[in-house]
Ligand binder design. Sequence first.
Ligand code: OXT
Ligand code: ADP
Ligand code: MG
Length: 569
Amino acid sequence: MSNETAILPESTELTDGFHLIMEALEMNGIDTIYGLLGIPVTELGRLWQARGNRFYSFRNEVNAGYAASFAGYLTKKPGVCLTVSAPGFLNGLNALANATTNCFPMILISGSSEREIVDLQQGDYEEMDQLNMARPYAKASYRINRVEDIGVGVARAMRAALSGRPGGVYLDIPARLLGQTVDAVEGGNSLFAPVDMSPAQLPAPDAVARAVELIKGAKKPLILLGKGAAYAQCDEQIKALIEETGIPFTPMSMAKGLVPDTHPQCAAAARSLALKESDVVVLVGARLNWLLSHGKGKTWGGAKKFVQIDIQANEMDSNVKIDAPLVGDIESCVSALRAGLKGMATSTDWTGALAEKVAASKSKLNARINTATPAMNYANSLGAIRDVLKNYPDITLVNEGANALDNCRMIVDQYLPRRRLDSGTWGIMGMGMGACVAAASVTDKPVVAVEGDSAFGFAGMELETITRYDLPVTVIIMNNGGIYRGDENSPAHQVSCMLFNPATRYDKMMESFGGKGVRVTTPEELAAALEASIKSGKPTLIDAVIDPAAGVESGRIGNLNVVSQIGKK
Ligand code: OXT
Ligand code: ADP
Ligand code: MG
């Protein structure tokens, strides 16, 4: 008898890979998974729900992945996406790459096939070397092979996604791992939640002194807020820095609302002037990439000095010389700058010139918004949307398209941080429906998506997902019948490659899923439909018929479009 006891494990109960993965995620504060199930992870989804956790099941993994990544951005906690192997994994990989590009914390967990067969390329079910496929698109890529490593594997994925510059992490879960068993006590003891996953990273005192000196000496300083600043969730610190110094600011698109667009120091409506004329620019969580013309050229005018706050040291000098790099987390850097800049005042010549330009731009824009046209255009339809949404500052606005994106960014004001989700660093189309589900699941508040008809088409089937979960989401389709425009001439016997079927009724599509569909043709109808839909809290699609001739090629980034010099008639 005593011999038998000696060889028995600590407890006679067993646990398995399924349960340990779920427990590890829960221990790390994850209560929601976005995904699409099938072999070999079906049971993981069922068991996850049975434990009282949430599972948002999508119609295509890419949309589940977008949802996870935006949930990560909104919560500062990695969003988790679960997929099947090879094709499901590849669909999810698109979103993982987008998360990494945008610095959103996300973990893509995919089931995978038998290693021995995959590695010899013997043609297993959904065979693919997923771990290595993911590497170039992810911040980190890990596989857990043994059930006793699940705790460490999940911890590594969490820390990699969150620490330093956030990003997308791939976690490969071979089918065999899920079924592996281990003594329950031993298994439970192998799990843990990592300590301090995104620690404060204080800037060096001499780096702070250098930045302070530069900013104090500026005649025309400008603060540029990026989505890294919104992500950092130190909203009060950032507002205080702006208000204490009197420095004007302009937000990048997803930083809109971090300080309200209507704030007297907001120079968004004088963006070109502010970029061109400023002499010292303080970048707070914004990269000098294509969206900022790489920090050079005519957008930026003459000589300029840059202060850059970023957690990623090698972001400095990526495009132009950074005169005062502040490497650290935004909250620590901004608080150090505030201490050093106490008592600073910004020249009223500078702020006055910007304010004048802001007032002129706004009145010009309002004139366009208030001009009635036979068919709705982007200005008057988005003006109507703006006027409704200003009474609901808490709503999350999702936005994608080209003209639908650029005009909405310009016209619709944001008042609160992290209430705008858009196509981001890649200008990616198709993110909208995933972002709607993410925002609804994270905030429990209404969500409004302003979608180009092309952009919406990438993920239209997720209307079914939105209605299935009965989410308070209003999708507005800016229906101009095409990519950029709907009036392009078609070549003989063909439909133009830029056009959609003009008979399309997106409102009927929503109705077929049990949601409410409305078709509107005037700004007044649009405003009324939007107001009603927000108040109802029910899934609604507003098919807003826009003049097919209203858009411009590539929206505001037509300068990036390449046009052939040859063969044009
Ligand atoms: O200062 P100035 O005078 O310059 O004026 C500026 C501001 O001061 C002023 N402003 C204001 N005035 C008055 N009042 C207020 N409140 C105010 N606020 C600002 O307005 C101007 C403009 O301000 P802005 O926007 O700040 O400044 P600017 O100069 O435009 O900023 C530059 C940028 C680069 C920062 C900005 O333009 C930007 O963020 N751009 C992002 C563009 C982007 O990402 N576009 C999406 C990609 S386009 C293309 O790739 C598309 N595709 C291909 C494709 C993609 N993307 N993805 C995939 C997976 N597959 C394919 C496709 C298929 S778009 C697309 C579909 C398009 O068709 P849709 O049907 O969907 O859409 P429609 O076009 O509607 O038909
Ligand atoms: P935008 O598109 O709004 O200009 P980007 O995505 O280009 O913004 O830049 C965001 C930057 O913010 C990235 O370089 C990222 O490293 C940085 N970042 C993200 N979170 C933090 C943080 N907590 N502290 C410091 N930098 C951060
Ligand atoms: Mg369109």
